[in-house]
Design a protein around this ligand. Sequence first.
Ligand code: 1HE
Length: 264
Amino acid sequence: MDGSAEQNLVSYERHGAVSVIGLNRPEKRNAISDRVVEALADAVERATLESRAAVIHGAGPHFCAGLDLAEHVEKPLIDAVKGSRRWHRVFDLIERGAIPFVSALRGAVVGGGFELAASTHIRVADDTAFFALPEGSRGIFVGGGGSVRIARLIGTARMGDMMLTGRVLRAREMEQWGGVSYVTPDGAALDKAIEIAERTASNAELSNYAILNALPRIQDMSSEDGLFLESIMSALTSATPEAEDRLRAFLEKRAAKVEAPKDA
Ligand code: 1HE
């Protein structure tokens, strides 16, 4: 956004109902400095206010090289803790906000870049994307929510493997591990991510809100509490005029049916 006088560290555009947010520091492979975190927070807040869905991508051939190591190496311990907590708050605005976020991934999706992607709701990678958590070899630890989000996404054992060995996975391997949901040809991830975001933007707003906010919380609850909250959310979303309109539209054959995939 308009984050800095010298350079917009994060770009922001609107495509209809979808905001497109770009990490915009390609000369440093979109490494995330404190100022990038602030610019990202502004963009996420703006998107949440004015759009129905958003896409996050990176300028240039790499999505994101993670934490800005040049800035980090100079930081006193207390500032490192505060910095990590700030990442948590900003990524939480994405994960448990009010609109769906789709990430478009290419090239390096590394360390904090993978943590950012893990805070989005849907990940689309092109064939050039590669995933790594080099924290072990750098002598640090994840600090952008990865120990919770990435561990849940791909499993703690696989995340531990990536951190311990520095193993680098291609997009197709990460798809098999559940870390990305779509793999496209080289250069096609952003368009696919926008298309998916547009699709999510056409849902009922309250359903999207429940998907974003109830679903992850239910995972943190006991089964009994989760099932109870599910019933409450189910009744709440059904009780809106929008739900009634959408249900009647189907019953009166004005809404699309669910169709089998064309290539099935
Ligand atoms: C950086 C960073 C960075 C690049 N912080 N400056 N992340 C890492 O350990 C990944 C480190 N980066 C790389 O392994 C590579 O840069 C890439 C594979 C991402 C890209 O390679 P390449 O050949 O395209 O670029 P490059 O020549 O290595 O980098 C271009 C410039 O970006 C160079 O600066 P220059 O002044 O020499 O031009 C690099 O120093 C700079 N650069 N990555 C700072 N990360 C909340 S906790 C999260 C913990 C982590 O994220 S740990 C993982 C950190």
